[in-house]
Design a binder for this molecule. Structure first.
Ligand code: FMN
Length: 200
């Protein structure tokens, strides 16, 4: 199912077509597609080129790991996520490798990597949705090394096709896409003062 964003201005089709469905085809995502998605994530920009992200990835055929990752989500999301052919936890390394100092941009950078992944997914007819992770469960289930301070708290659900979408899609996800107006996002001389290029 396609749900193009009703954008105020022209944007690339890949941006317009991305959205977060809650239902997916059970078809597995081919390994070569997965490789491309994480390759896209790998090439995101990051503060000091630290690349503080890492991804725990499981596919539905690995039932034990899939169930373990599912358990890190709140129950509401588990209802949808259990059908996902791929589950991912994005992890942020919160300290710089070179000196152990806190990296305040780690979450920001990991978000950029996930955004890259989402765009690549859209280009390949895949969808993904992010879910908050219950960090305590996640840490327990995956025994993260202590140097990884916290999870970014994203769960992605990916699919090759969205063939069975209509059957079990949540109404809240099939409604029109929503975004704040440009004037709420782009400010000029101060926050609250709309950027001039938006007024022309
Ligand atoms: C950090 C993050 C956490 C999210 N958590 C949830 C969640 O717990 N459950 C859910 O259904 N969607 C979740 N979402 C998806 C957002 O609700 C969705 O991106 C937003 O409503 C905009 O819709 P769109 O992605 O279709 O444009 C999350 C998104 C992000 C980026």
């Amino acid at each position: 199912m396609r749900k193009p964003a009703p954008t105020q201005h022209q944007v690339h089709e890949l941006i317009q077509q991305r959205w977060s469905p809650r239902a997916f085809s059970s078809q597995p995502v081919p390994p070569e597609v997965l490789r491309s998605l994480f390759e896209a994530a790998r090439w995101a920009p990051s503060s000091s080129n630290e690349q503080p992200w890492a991804f725990l990835v499981t596919t539905a055929d690995d039932k034990e790991n899939h169930a373990k990752m599912l358990s890190t989500l709140v129950e509401f999301n588990q209802a949808w996520a259990k059908h996902a052919p791929v589950l991912v936890i994005a992890v942020s390394e919160l300290a710089f490798a070179k000196n152990g100092h806190p990296n305040r941009n780690a979450f920001y950078d990991t978000g950029a990597a996930v955004a890259n992944l989402s765009v690549e997914a859209t280009s390949r007819g895949c969808s993904c949705i992010k879910w908050r992770v219950r960090s305590s469960q996640s840490n327990r289930a995956f025994r993260n090394p202590h140097r990884v301070g916290a999870h970014l708290g994203l769960h992605d659900r990916l699919s090759g096709q969205s063939g069975n979408f209509a059957r079990d899609a949540a109404p809240s996800r099939t409604g029109p896409a929503r975004a704040k107006a440009g004037g709420h996002v782009c400010h000029g001389r101060a926050l609250g003062k709309t950027a001039s290029f938006l007024q022309k």
